[in-house]
Design a protein around this ligand. Structure first.
Ligand SMILES: NC(=O)c1ccc[n+]([C@@H]2O[C@H](COP(=O)([O-])OP(=O)(O)OC[C@H]3O[C@@H](n4cnc5c(N)ncnc54)[C@H](OP(=O)(O)O)[C@@H]3O)[C@@H](O)[C@H]2O)c1
Length: 304
């Protein structure tokens, strides 16, 4: 019989791709959803509920051999909100997985940000979640993935940066000397499948990126943009005071629109951090995975 995976976050950007890859690899997928309108795909067995509800999480993991925990709060106004979703929600799901005797593996989609927990509420919450899951995993084989900035079809965060790059304008949000890294969502989904299928589900944490040694500098990104569009690219730095002002405006707008802001004063810590380079070495050695899509190719082939 095919193995069953309980997946959270399947209504979001990355989770949708993981669900597609799981189905293509022959897994049966049980998926958590908070919104009926986002869960029309009948190939998945949807379980209604959220990370806040033990009952729905118990139902989600029923009969599952593995859990892929991809749901997470990526925007928000307070440390408490990040902790509730990313820490308490994750440990609640782990508890339910431990109660279920079929369940052997638990993969947590953390973030490269967890490498620097002091930078933002988000980074801190992912780091604390990793620590708590590691301490409380019991007999489960726990895996922790720390993907860098992920892009691909359905992404809304990086897509504007790349669209503008291909129109000839690169907006530099961080410091001039920052090293960045990126990962195509299909490569991340492949890594999830490899980890689930590999006989040795060692924990990590594992960094994941597209494998360009040393990562991307802003001038390198400009060069890539220019090569792909066959034309010049202007690199324009956004000064820190302007970034701070934009964060104030975004937080004020949130109070009117009631939408969670991505750009907050807390997020600026991440944006201005100088080193977001990453290494696949550990994961590649453990599960024989390697990324296949470099950013330049993705921009040329419009894989985003
Ligand atoms: N995108 C990146 O560059 C990146 C990089 C590294 C790590 N990650 C991690 O990857 C994961 C997915 O990110 P994403 O970019 O795909 O974000 P996304 O598009 O915002 O998706 C987030 C998913 O989590 C679900 N979710 C959030 N809070 C929940 C809760 N309390 N209960 C149940 N479901 C909840 C959302 O459900 P709704 O659809 O109902 O909102 C959605 O399915 C996150 O854990 C994020 O930290 C992302």
């Amino acid at each position: 019989m095919n193995a069953t995976v309980a997946l959270t976050g399947a209504t979001g950007f990355i989770g949708k791709h993981i669900a597609e890859h799981l189905l293509a690899a022959g897994f049966i997928v049980r998926a958590l959803t908070r919104s009926p309108e986002k869960s029309a795909d009948r190939r998945l067995a949807w379980v209604h509920g959220s990370l806040e509800s033990s009952d729905s999480l118990r139902e989600l993991v029923r009969g599952a051999d593995s859990v892929v925990h991809c749901a997470g709060r990526v925007r928000g106004q307070s440390q408490a909100a990040f902790m509730t979703s990313n820490v308490t929600g994750s440990t609640r799901l782990l508890e339910m997985a431990k109660e279920n005797s079929c369940c052997k593996r638990f993969l947590f989609i953390s973030s490269l940000a967890a490498r620097h927990p002091h930078l933002s509420w988000y980074a801190h919450s992912k780091y604390v979640a990793e620590q708590r899951l590691t301490a409380e995993k019991g007999p489960l084989a726990l895996g922790i993935f720390r993907p860098t900035a992920v892009y691909g079809p359905g992404d809304k965060e990086l897509q504007p940066l790349f669209r503008w790059l291909l129109r000839g304008l690169l907006l530099r949000l961080g410091q001039p000397q920052t090293q960045l890294s990126f990962l195509h969502v299909c490569d991340l989904a492949h890594a999830v499948i490899r980890w689930l299928q590999h006989h040795d589900a060692a924990a990590g944490p594992y960094e994941l990126c597209d494998g360009l040694p040393g990562g991307y500098s802003w001038p390198r990104l400009r060069e890539i943009g220019a090569a792909v569009r066959h034309g010049p690219v202007r690199l324009v730095g956004i000064p820190l005071p302007v970034l701070r002002l934009l964060a104030h405006l975004s937080q004020a707008l949130q109070r009117i629109s009631r939408k969670e802001p991505m750009l907050t004063q807390s997020k600026i810590g991440e944006l201005t951090h100088p080193d977001w380079s990453a290494s696949n070495q550990l994961l590649s050695e453990r599960i024989d995975w390697a990324p296949t899509i470099r950013l330049e190719q993705a921009l040329r082939d419009e894989l985003f």
